[in-house]
Design a protein around this ligand. Structure first.
Ligand SMILES: [Zn+2]
Ligand SMILES: [Zn+2]
Length: 561
């Protein structure tokens, strides 16, 4: 009888982002990715959303490491936060580790990591984990599908992948290697990318974008061109650079991560731009602007990135002028659509022409569409299948594809964040749950929970009403020093507001006096006694639910009664 193997899902199942799973063998834990998620529009003020590391912190001494499948934020962006409390190994390709180190260094957590660089098709042993890495094509170079050779057979994790037959670097998804694995060892469990399961057909090849860009560039002779794309999308940067050079332009990069990644990728030999064709953005004054192509960050509308600053007229290096052509060689990540639209509007107002993926073929997805998923399933023929990396709908559609391709429905397990499953000699059973809350981060101040965000939503949508009660001593008892003062923001104004304030003040006085008569003396209990009648009145009179904030000042007791 072989030992059980547990698979845990901390994030990424039910949303696009904060991907993080774990495999437990022999009491040791190996994570697959540790990413963050970009907030939705309704997550007021939040910068990023993390997986919930509570369970991992509690089991920190059992965490062997993290396999970083590729260098995207939704896979490596939370490593710095994790490593701060959970020192461990980080395993990935040279480029993935290079990108991850930038993120980890921002948290000064590099000393807590031991980096293990792996090559295509390498097989290594890390603690009880026997790992094998297969090349896959995706929208960042040098990503992997990972095979875990476990006591319960092979677990194959696809990573983010597509089947690009003509990738820029000619490094194909290793279908032959995966086929060998499936034929020789058999795949007990497949975990595979569901992002594009609802999209029919095949994805476009990355190399199809280069020709389109070149056509656009040539048609805009006499105009300055600015292209925004992901700074990690080295192959896209390569194609923009090639199109620029072919149409007689010099290239300048703009934005911190773009500058950094371009330098790193050129050093690693993954990006080829001749020195003579590349300038620093602050060294282009002698160039004819119409012979310039700027490659910029900010394609997701990030407020502090180069493109948003251009749209706001606040970019230190570049101001948009009439006739500039701006190409967004990207597609908004769910949640970023509003920000991207705002940036486009800002650029158009400044007289620029903006071309995006809704108008021209200037972007290709990095994720396998339905027909490509079928190819993967046909080769892997897994005994069990769990769709991962997607919103719930994507995972359900991927489950249907798995069934269509021959995995029996009872061997397809739909999991969500916080679930775990256990592989045994008999098959798969559900295990206990692990922590999986959304953890919100704003600025560098740490983590906020759901209740803080709940408060912000109410404040944002309904405003707040506060009543201030000031108490004074009257011998041994307490009494109100004045009429309660009602303050509101983002709520009813004018005559109607004044009327309501008077009614609230009277109601609060009554509630406070009743509580005092009952002998209540503590600040917290008095505030509680005021809150309910106040909230009821507000709701009854206005049908609104602003945040109700009673405040008791003066002579009340600070402890509990
Ligand atoms: Zn990715
Ligand atoms: Zn991803």
């Amino acid at each position: 009888m072989a030992d059980d193997v547990r698979v845990m899902f901390f994030g990424g199942l039910g949303e696009i982002g904060r991907n993080c799973a774990g495999i437990e063998i022999d009491g040791r834990i190996m994570l697959i990715d540790c990413g963050l998620m970009f907030p939705d529009d309704d997550m007021a003020g939040i910068d990023v959303v993390l997986p919930d590391f509570t369970w991992l912190r509690e089991n920190a001494d059992r965490v062997e490491g993290v396999v970083a499948t590729h260098g995207h934020e939704d896979h490596i962006g939370a490593l710095g936060y994790l490593l701060a409390d959970v020192p461990c190994k980080v395993i990935g390709s040279a480029l993935t580790l290079g990108l991850a180190k930038h993120r980890i260094d921002e948290h000064n957590a590099g000393r807590n990591a031991e980096f293990i660089e792996v090559e295509d098709n390498e097989r290594i042993q890390v603690g009880p984990f026997d790992l094998e890495f297969f090349p896959v094509t995706h929208s960042v170079p040098n990503g992997f599908a990972t095979a875990f050779h476990t006591p319960q057979g092979v677990i194959l994790h696809s990573g983010d992948f597509k089947l690009d037959m003509t990738p820029v670097d000619r490094r194909l998804t290793d279908l032959a290697g995966i086929g060998h694995l499936a034929k020789d060892d058999g795949v007990r469990l497949l975990l595979a990318d569901s992002t594009n399961a609802t999209a029919p057909g095949f994805s476009d090849s990355e190399t199809s974008i280069g020709a389109n860009l070149e056509d656009l560039f040539r048609a805009r002779d006499g105009h300055r061109i600015i292209v925004a794309c992901f700074a990690s999308h080295i192959h896209r940067v390569q194609q923009v650079a090639d199109a620029a050079i072919a149409s007689g332009r010099t290239i300048a990069t703009l934005g911190r991560s773009m500058n950094r990644n371009v330098a790193m990728a050129r050093e690693m030999g993954l990006l080829h731009i001749p020195d003579a064709k590349l300038r620093a953005i602050d060294d282009v004054e002698d160039l004819d602007p119409t012979k310039l192509c700027v490659i910029s960050t900010g394609s997701q509308g990030e407020p502090m990135a180069a493109l948003a600053l251009m749209a706001a007229g606040e970019n230190r290096f570049l101001s948009i002028e009439d006739g500039d052509c701006i190409i967004l060689s990207s597609h908004p990540i769910p949640g970023n659509e509003g920000a991207v639209n705002a940036v486009i509007t800002g650029l158009v107002r400044r007289g620029a022409e903006v071309i995006h993926s809704g108008m021209a073929r200037v972007h290709a997805t990095g994720h396998a569409k339905a027909e490509e998923l079928k190819v993967l399933h046909s080769i892997v023929q897994p005994e069990w299948f769990v769709p991962v990396h997607g919103e719930y709908l994507h995972m359900v559609e991927h489950a249907k594809i798995g069934e269509r391709m021959g995995t029996p429905a009872e061997r397809i397990v739909l999991c969500q964040d916080g679930d775990s499953i256990v592989l045994t000699d008999q098959g798969i059973r559900r295990g206990g749950s692990v922590s999986s809350e959304y953890i919100y981060v704003q600025g560098t101040v740490g983590e906020l929970d759901e209740s803080a965000l709940h408060d912000r939503r109410i404040l944002g949508k309904e405003g707040f009403v506060s009543a201030v009660v000031t108490l004074e001593r009257d011998g041994s008892s307490l009494r109100l020093a004045a009429e309660p003062e009602v303050i509101s923001r983002g709520w009813v104004k004018g005559d109607e507001g004044e009327q309501l304030a008077k009614a609230i003040s009277a109601e609060v006085r009554k509630a406070a006096e009743n509580a005092l008569a009952d002998g209540v003396r503590s600040r917290a209990k008095l505030e509680k006694a005021i809150r309910r009648p106040m909230g009821r009145l507000v709701n009854r009179e206005t049908r609104m639910r602003p945040m109700i904030v009673p405040v008791v000042l003066g002579a009340a007791d600070d402890g509990d009664d």
